[in-house]
Design a protein around this ligand. Sequence first.
Ligand code: PEP
Ligand code: MN
Length: 328
Amino acid sequence: MIVVLRTDANDELARAVEHALRAAGGDPKRLDGDRIAFRVNGVLEHAARAIEGVAEVYDEPSPHPRASRPGGRSVVTVGGASFGDGSVQIVAGPCAVESPEQLETIASACASHGVRVLRGGAFKPRTSPYSFRGHGAEALAWLRAAADRHGLAVVTEVMEPAMVEAASEHADMLQIGSRNMQNFALLGAVGRANKPVLLKRGMSATLEEWLLAAEYVLEAGNPNVVLCERGVRGFDPAARNLLDVAAVPLLHARTHLPVVVDPSHGVGVRDAVTPMACAAVAAGADGVMVEVHPDPGSARSDGFQALTLPMLDALVKKVRAVERAMRE
Ligand code: PEP
Ligand code: MN
């Protein structure tokens, strides 16, 4: 059994937990890693959970040994952005790439606010076949050009294995959308690609299913996976989804992979995006991803949840303030 301590645990608390595990009949051995953790036999799970300072307890062997790695934290580097190094990365851009002009305006605003990764869909998964499904390969080149002009990295969605090569030529990170979290052929294909992967949570996926999806990518040979919480189906149409901010600390106790939060799809209400981005950072997220549009009213997809450019400015200031507060 693996016993992981709270993120704020110090050596003194570690000694107290070790002592309590021994007193409960166990043989704790401390594991290497950024997070304090013990491997222990002979203690009941509920007894270990009850010890002050313990954040997570789970059995070995893990069903997802590559995603689990108790105690560790991985850093995934995408251009100038490091996910998981203790900083908060902001990923921003349009839902769909609409034109070179649209991207230029957004990329320029992103760069001026210190955003390091530009998002944008070239191939869009749409619920209706009659909705705008993206400009395709042409949009990949527009993304690359706009990002290069402003020193940004690019993340874009791939929907099938055949798209992975073309997307890899232009993008710095490949996004697997919610609808494809369990598209195992696609997970294998990005696992064999030489680019970091942004793996969004399936809209009805448990954390366990999500980590097993990550395991497919890791097992195929790609160690650079960032998890992206984007809400799960709720019962209340007041929000597009139910954003699971608790997933952040729960995942940090279970996996070494960085975790970012997408409050745009997570709530689907423009005015709720900045408050929930702040909540995500307060919960310990390694980054946030938001949709922005210079004129949301004319957006060809998800305009209702897009931040305007002045709203992006406000979001960045608030997120940075929460980030600083969390360091104190
Ligand atoms: C997106 O981020 O462009 C997107 C389609 O989101 P999701 O897969 O989370 O619905
Ligand atoms: Mn969208």
